[in-house]
Write a protein of this length. Structure first.
Length: 215
């Protein structure tokens, strides 16, 4: 399963890493462990994506500092903090920075596995949404400058004659552009075009016009 997520354990406690690795492997996960945040950073380039089990307090570079470094690298793998030195301010800071969970050591097998499953499921959902968004943006990038203008106006409910007047061209030309826009966006209806505009942030949902044929 080359595409399966890996559970990355970053903790300076050897006995803890060994125990958690054993639990995860028995539960069917592939595991990679690191005795320091620095070692993990060095391995990132060749590491397979997955979930990070991260200790808060470690020598040199702590868990919160590693979290900050990962944000700088635009690496958004889900992080679950596990620590015996946790406190409310630290947990709040970690969660606000994007951590999926904050667990106190010792942690039960069930609690750990449930936290990992939640983190991976949520990450997969976010990734799926981002992939879809990137796909839509790619379709829009294929539009010419004039087609983009027509698209922006049509999804706001402007009639072809209104668009033609605003862009200083003929209604017939706008109809042609509109047809090409629909084709390039791979949509069959005006409502679908509006939905794409909303999803990529070109049109606020509350501002979306009625799904009508603006001919």
């Amino acid at each position: 399963m080359n595409g399966a997520p890996v559970i990355h354990i970053v903790d300076d406690d050897t006995s803890f890493r060994t125990a958690i690795s054993r639990v995860l492997k028995v539960s069917g996960y592939e595991v990679a462990d690191y005795d320091s945040a620095t070692r993990f950073l060095r391995a990132i380039e060749d590491a397979r994506p997955g979930c990070i089990l991260l200790d808060v307090k470690m020598p040199a570079l702590g868990g919160l500092q590693l979290q900050e470094e990962l944000v700088k690298l635009s690496l958004r793998w889900p992080i679950i903090f596990m620590t015996g030195h946790g406190d409310i301010p630290t947990s709040v800071r970690a969660i606000k920075a994007g951590a999926e969970d904050f667990l106190a050591k010792p942690v039960s097998k069930q609690t750990l596995l449930e936290a990992i499953e939640r983190a991976l499921d949520r990450h997969a959902s976010i990734q799926q949404h981002q992939d879809r968004l990137n796909s839509l943006k790619s379709l829009i990038s294929a539009l010419t400058a004039r087609e983009n203008e027509v698209f922006a106006l049509m999804v706001r409910g402007k009639l072809n004659k209104q668009i033609a007047h605003q862009l200083g061209t003929s209604e017939r030309t706008i109809k042609a552009h509109r047809h090409v826009v629909m084709h390039k966006l791979r949509v069959q209806s005006f409502a679908e075009a509006v939905s794409i505009a909303e999803r990529v942030g070109l049109l606020a949902p509350s501002a979306s016009p009625d799904a009508k044929d603006a001919s």
